[in-house]
Design a protein around this ligand. Structure first.
Ligand code: GLN
Length: 205
């Protein structure tokens, strides 16, 4: 059976995720498509979703206003796989703090029992790339691109830590929900997108 995977296109790194996901679906030979989505109606048709990196306050506020936040939460609570990248991982969290300004009162999905530190590695000029590993999902080496990236400062007992860098948690998973601090769509390596596409395919079929 075919599946439809969406990239939330309210704000952020949408085009790059469309390209990486398309490549992943075609390399895996699945009968699936990827589309950009924004409205509650579009979101309700999906079998999987990527929330891209960007600015979590903007993504949160706009999806609250257009009614998408509620539908997103319902779909993910009902098992739909989701990959939250950077700002997208912040959206999945229960609480978020900014390293400099402290507690932020921003709309979040409260899906993952994690505490987030926004801008944990510094601001734009401190962006960097480094090798990381996600051994438990068979990705031993991955080029992590960190741009004003958050880290996870605390996880609940049901959340698996997939990767750490410099002692900070940079990737997590709970069932069909994955969050990464870094941007897999900004590398040539599509292994993480392939892993996620596989999750979506198994969820649908
Ligand atoms: N610092 C951004 C935020 O807090 C996230 C940055 C990113 O997605 N690259 O929303």
């Amino acid at each position: 059976m075919s599946f439809t995977l969406g990239i939330l296109s309210i704000q952020g790194d949408v085009a790059e995720n469309l390209i990486s996901t398309k490549a992943a679906i075609s390399e895996l030979g699945f009968d699936g498509k990827v589309i950009d989505v924004k409205t509650p109606d579009e979101i309700s048709q999906l079998d999987g979703l990527i929330i891209p990196g960007g600015e979590s306050t903007t993504i949160g506020e706009l999806s609250l206003v257009n009614g998408s936040l509620k539908v997103l939460k319902e779909k993910i609570d009902n098992g739909m796989p989701v990959l939250g990248i950077c700002a997208g991982m912040i959206m999945l969290a229960k609480t978020a703090n900014d390293k400099v300004v402290g507690k932020t009162d921003q709309p979040l999905l409260d899906i993952l029992d994690i505490k987030l530190e926004r801008n944990s590695f510094g601001r734009q000029r401190q962006s960097f790339e480094t090798d990381i590993s996600l051994d438990s999902i068979n990705i031993p080496k991955f080029n992590g691109v960190f741009i004003r990236a958050p880290s996870v400062s605390d996880v609940g007992s049901d959340v698996e830590v997939l990767s750490k860098f410099n002692g900070k948690i940079v990737a997590v998973k709970k069932g069909n929900v994955i969050g990464t601090s870094f941007h897999p769509e900004l590398t040539e390596d599509i292994s993480l997108h392939k892993y996620f596409v596989n999750l979506v395919n198994s969820f649908k079929n």
